[in-house]
Design a protein around this ligand. Sequence first.
Ligand SMILES: NC(=O)c1ccc[n+]([C@@H]2O[C@H](COP(=O)([O-])OP(=O)(O)OC[C@H]3O[C@@H](n4cnc5c(N)ncnc54)[C@H](OP(=O)(O)O)[C@@H]3O)[C@@H](O)[C@H]2O)c1
Length: 244
Amino acid sequence: MKKSLLILTGHTKGLGKAILEGFLLQENFQILAVSRSGLDMRNDNLTQVNLDLSDLEALEAKLPEIFPAGEFKKVILINNAGWIGEVKPVGKLEPRAIAKAMSLNTVAPMILVDAFVKAYSDSKSERLICNISSGAARKPMPGWAEYCSSKAGLEMYSKVVAEDLREKGFRVFSLAPGIVDTEMQAEIRTANPSDFPALERFTDFKSEGMLSTPQEVAEKIFYLLSNPELFNDVVQDVRNFEAH
Ligand SMILES: NC(=O)c1ccc[n+]([C@@H]2O[C@H](COP(=O)([O-])OP(=O)(O)OC[C@H]3O[C@@H](n4cnc5c(N)ncnc54)[C@H](OP(=O)(O)O)[C@@H]3O)[C@@H](O)[C@H]2O)c1
């Protein structure tokens, strides 16, 4: 039987780790996973690539390694790696951090989607792209200028990709995962209250048990990518559907 291929970024923690664990249960999936660090695990179906995705020159050099040639039943790219950016108001931001947030959250996924399309445009595989977005792509949040802007850029890119590739058999989703109990949320809760007016709301989300687990969200992502025909729109939110 032909194998399927998953290319996943940000697989070492949080949501990405839960997505990886779900796909590793599928015997017929070969997985190529990209993060700065690696997981201490050996699995014949998993290849880990250590790469800082905000280093765009290093990313370009690694592209041939990230998109293996071959015929697969299904090829999926999940752009999941992301950073909240500096949680500070405009006027207190660092140029390097602005560039890092935009490179990691917007530019690297753009480059990866473009390379994915180049690599598999002649393939007969089912081809799916899932860019992990955020409600912050659509809602301006004081203190999150880098994060909101980078996710908004990625969401618009996903919409244009869908237009460009409508006739070419690729499906693309821009998926908001809800509020997930990960290190990113823990980092948000360390913000200075004077820099982040919504801090108390985010600490309450955690203390009142309102966060989803990474596993719950990963199950929904698996459901979406297993049943793309049930989802017409590019922009999706896990809070709007159940994994049946
Ligand atoms: N958690 C939430 O509530 C929430 C809400 C909305 C959207 N999201 C989105 O969901 C996605 C996953 O978030 P998460 O909460 O699971 O985050 P997380 O726990 O902080 O994990 C981030 C992952 O990305 C990798 N990563 C970070 N910087 C990287 C870099 N420069 N190069 C390569 N890999 C990098 C990390 O691995 P290394 O450290 O090994 O590099 C890690 O595996 C992100 O796109 C985030 O914006 C999360």
